[in-house]
Design a binder for this molecule. Structure first.
Ligand SMILES: Cc1ncc(COP(=O)(O)O)c(C=O)c1O
Length: 409
């Protein structure tokens, strides 16, 4: 049965949880994807400038073929020996600093962060965690506890006593948070942050922030977790991982979204020492995590990123886009700041000195009507969020800029 868009919307509202949001005032019913383009039920093409999950492009033929081929052959769990998971782990760890050499595979970014927390707790025997303001790390009970974006927002009930929120604008706050933990007679478990906070509004941290913070946290006995769920795999152009931008090496890295190109894969990579602490007698097992099909897909995605040189492409196209946006900023007061790196870009809008939340929403909806999919984020939802599939081209950037000028006007 094919439903009209209106019918789909109505049935969805009845059958699915009501707090599943629908993007855009005039929702899009997408039926097909191809690289950086999505097609709706009427055959209209949209330029996708938003979906970072389809990292190497929607339905990339090589990734699809790898999944189909493996599905035909075997799909089972990690309790049997198989070389595919090892090839994947080998190739993944070669992209990381040497110290990060032990992998765990799960099914989502949330599971990756959950596991990262378990590793950190097992290693430090402590629970208190320092998190960044406005951060989001996933949808489970514990991750809502460490995600100010959620627990400080509608329906939230604030941070529990073991979660300490700091602003990235002031590294001293980490020192103060540790002093508070100590004053309460407890030890520090660690610090978790997106290496470039995305949900908080596409932020590039001050150059020394992570270096200073990692040093402070480690000196207090804590471990440093990098949530690279949105920022990894070459998106920022200059580096494969966003933490590399700051010249730091985390103790634990959590991965998700892009690594499966839409197939649900998450991963955690850590040091042998932390992995040893976690190996405390309790088995770690995920029914689907690291299954043969996921590994085939994960490996294909990584190979495509590397062989198609998508990091270098993101840098070139990202620079072109950032330049174009900065040129727009010179002529439009509403643009307060253009920021980002590679194809991780944010455009912060203000009006009369205040966050231009309504204007941002209007612009995103008008762009949607003109065939370009974007989103907003940041605490005031006034940051246009541009993080397209990586094949996004110079011509796509030019089109986005041209349509954005019209929308702003
Ligand atoms: C930074 C970050 N970490 C973790 C997650 C959770 O990932 P998932 O939705 O795959 O569970 C998200 C999802 O938006 C995210 O943006």
């Amino acid at each position: 049965m094919t439903r009209t868009k209106e019918e789909t919307l109505a049935v969805r509202g009845r059958l699915l949880g009501r707090n599943l949001c629908v993007a855009y005032r005039n929702p899009v019913k997408i039926v097909r994807g191809e690289m950086q383009y999505l097609y709706d039920d009427e055959g209209r093409r949209y330029l996708d400038a938003y979906n970072n999950v389809a990292h190497v492009g929607h339905c990339h033929p090589r990734v699809v073929a790898a999944g189909i081929e493996q599905m035909r052959t075997l799909n089972t769990n990690t309790r049997y020996l198989h070389d595919l998971i090892l090839r994947y782990a080998e190739q993944l760890t070669t992209t990381l600093p040497e110290a990060l050499s032990v992998c765990y595979f799960v099914n989502s970014g949330s599971e990756a962060n959950e596991l990262a927390l378990r590793l950190a707790r097992a290693h430090t025997k402590a629970r208190d965690l320092i998190v960044l303001e406005h951060a989001y790390h996933g949808n489970t009970t514990t991750l809502i506890d460490i995600s100010p974006y959620k627990h400080d927002g509608p329906g939230g009930s604030g941070a529990p006593s073991w979660v300490h929120k700091v602003s990235w604008k002031d590294a001293q706050q980490v020192v103060e948070a540790i002093a508070r933990v100590r004053a309460e007679g407890r030890d520090l478990c660690g610090f978790i942050a997106e290496s470039m906070p995305s949900v908080a509004g596409q932020i590039v941290l001050p150059k020394d922030y992570l270096k200073q913070t990692y040093e402070t946290v480690r000196a207090a006995g804590g471990v440093c977790i990098a949530d690279e769920v949105q920022t990894g795999y070459g998106r920022i152009g200059t580096h494969f991982w966003a933490f590399e931008h700051y010249n730091v090496v985390p103790d634990i890295v959590a991965l998700g979204k892009p690594i499966g190109n839409g197939h649900p894969i998450g991963a955690v990579i850590t040091t042998p020492e932390i992995a040893d602490s976690f190996n405390n007698g309790m088995e770690f097992f995920s029914t689907f995590g690291g299954n043969t099909v996921s590994c085939a897909i994960g490996l294909a995605v990584l190979q495509v990123v590397q062989e198609e040189q998508l990091q270098q492409h993101a840098l070139a196209v990202g620079n072109h886009l950032l330049e174009g946006l900065k040129e727009l900023q010179r002529h439009h007061e509403i643009i307060r700041e253009v920021r980002g790196s590679g194809l991780f870009v944010g455009v912060e809008l203000i009006k009369d000195g205040k966050p231009a939340t309504i204007e941002a929403d209007t612009i995103v909806n008008q762009m949607r009507d003109e065939g370009i999919l974007l989103g907003t984020d940041g605490p005031d939802h006034n940051v246009l969020k541009i993080r397209p599939p990586m094949p996004f081209s110079h011509a796509d950037a030019d089109l986005l800029l041209a349509v954005l000028v019209r929308a702003i006007q």
